[in-house]
Design a protein around this ligand. Structure first.
Ligand SMILES: [Zn+2]
Length: 207
């Protein structure tokens, strides 16, 4: 199944058409599943696409441009993020941009946790940003909070929801009704944000 959803069959030169047709019918369930997977990936929010050279940062989409004469590592303007890798090599664009995104996350997320913890009246120990494949955030019983730095792709509302969610876990170490009531008090649109995050598929090969 090709990325555009079309189906290609490879068969020996002299294979009768009838046999090929029968094979396709037999595999139809598998084909359907692959097509669904493709559709799901395409419906996801674009976070970082090296082929299309686009990156999402705080909910806005930017075109990635390589500028060897930039004079700074990364410069962001409306709709465009210009990248100038240290070595001046195109292949280092990715590394430089990812480093910059990580730095932005490091500046933004812990600050947001501090702000939210104050309004919610919750005490926490530490905030650590990580690269997690399957989690947006977590909270330990000691009150240490972990966040996926790739949250920086999303809107501040979505980031705020994850922050509220993890802070609420310091009070309720479960997903009980009381827990959700606490989340809802600080994020009225939390259900919408959950739906949004469920659709995200950050793939390891992006990194
Ligand atoms: Zn949770």
């Amino acid at each position: 199944v090709e990325p555009d959803g079309s189906v290609m069959v490879t068969a020996p030169k002299r294979a009768p058409k009838l046999m090929i047709d029968r094979f396709v019918v037999q595999q139809s369930r598998w084909v359907k599943r692959q097509k669904q997977k493709i559709a799901l990936l395409q419906s996801a929010y674009p976070t970082l696409d090296w082929q299309k050279r686009i990156v999402s940062y705080l909910g806005n989409l930017y075109q990635i441009k390589f500028d060897p004469d930039l004079g700074e590592k990364v410069h962001i303007t409306t709709g465009v993020v210009q990248v100038c890798p240290v070595t001046g090599l195109e292949e280092d664009v990715r590394k430089t941009l990812l480093q910059w995104l990580k730095q932005q996350a490091q500046m933004y997320i812990p600050k947001q946790v501090q702000v939210r913890a104050t309004t919610m009246g919750i005490l926490y120990s530490n905030v650590v940003l990580r690269q997690q494949k399957s989690r947006w955030g977590s909270c330990s019983t000691r009150g240490n909070l972990n966040f996926n730095w790739r949250l920086i792709h999303f809107t501040t509302e979505v980031i705020d929801y994850v922050v509220i969610h993890e802070l609420a876990h310091i009070r309720h170490h479960n997903h009980s009704r009381d827990f959700w009531r606490l989340v809802a008090r600080y994020d009225a649109d939390y259900k919408e944000h959950i739906r949004f995050l469920r659709k995200q598929h950050i793939r390891v090969q992006d990194l």
